[in-house]
Design a protein around this ligand. Sequence first.
Ligand SMILES: Nc1ncnc2c1ncn2[C@@H]1O[C@H](COP(=O)(O)OP(=O)(O)OP(=O)(O)O)[C@@H](O)[C@H]1O
Ligand SMILES: [Mg+2]
Length: 359
Amino acid sequence: MLQIKKLELIQFRNYHQQKWEFKERIVCISGLNGVGKTNLLDAIYYLGFSKSYFSRTDAQNVQHGQIGMRLSGNYILNQAPFNITCILRETNRKELSVNDEIQKKMSDHVGKFPSVMIAPDDVELISGSGEGRRKMMDSILSQTDRAYLYHLMDYTKVLQQRNGLLKNAATTHIDHTLLEVFNTELIKSGEYIYQKRKLFLQIFIPSVIDLYTSIAGKSDELNLEYQTELNENSLEWLLNNSYQKDLILQRTTKGIHRDDINVQLNKYPFKTEASQGQRKSLLFALKLAEWEFLYKYIGFAPILLLDDVFEKLDEKRMFQLLERVCSEYYGQVFITDTHADRLKKQLRETGKSFQLIEL
Ligand SMILES: Nc1ncnc2c1ncn2[C@@H]1O[C@H](COP(=O)(O)OP(=O)(O)OP(=O)(O)O)[C@@H](O)[C@H]1O
Ligand SMILES: [Mg+2]
């Protein structure tokens, strides 16, 4: 089991210097809008991934008017103590150390102290473009398969280079030798990623459907399907066949960067068909399925970070979900809510002991 016991933040977002001790498996964090509930959860996420769940750049996490930041967490993983410290130096250099040993590659750290965040803006995962769903697959697979992460990094880099070449082709003659080099690289990484996504979704999709049914009931017919042109043709064929189109559009139009997960509700597109409650149920199902996949793969429960998830849920649904995520199976759980009383009342009904931190 993985548990964070202590957290200290220095110059991280709204926290100048603050420490917390987490004494229970279930930790509730309450407070008014803007007090820093989400920031606290994000700090825990940050220590596991060496990046924020929400912001794209590290600089956004540094407290306004300050230079540099420091996050430090004390963990227990399968009875052994670990300290993870992440420092952003004045030079903007990031250093992550585990038990005082500086990690040479940030990517090697990812997946060792995992957490799964569920936040309100995640509905983008359902209503937004395929990018969010690809990111979800990539994040899960990168944590469980190092080679996937490296192939993904290669693919992204080469894709940019190939697109650059196609753009330049409008003004100069295209370098066919270089194009072939890029194609070969894309095919190698792209085919690997395609195979891994396919295998992953064979396990992930039934799990999402099961979880959705248990949250939303049996009357909704939910279907999910891997949407990719690589099911019909090899990436080599796709790249060669779309060469003229790519030249005109000045970008690579085929490849795993176009993949998606197609979601349907009662045979209609989920995006346009589902109600808010159904969207929320699917979001939970996707995230809990992610959590379950990671658990099975790594052999212990990732930390579950639930940010404001009970907003807009009726009491019955809130209680059902709380009962589920607070069971011993789920390991350590952090829950934020603006209403301390509502959270306390519902948690008492689950009969589990919990710690309440009022910010
Ligand atoms: N880099 C930063 N430096 C200082 N303060 C920051 C920084 N980034 C964000 N903040 C502050 O942090 C606060 C937001 O914190 P957070 O999002 O954690 O609040 P919250 O408790 O989750 O609120 P809500 O209930 O509305 O979700 C804002 O008031 C914002 O001004
Ligand atoms: Mg918040």
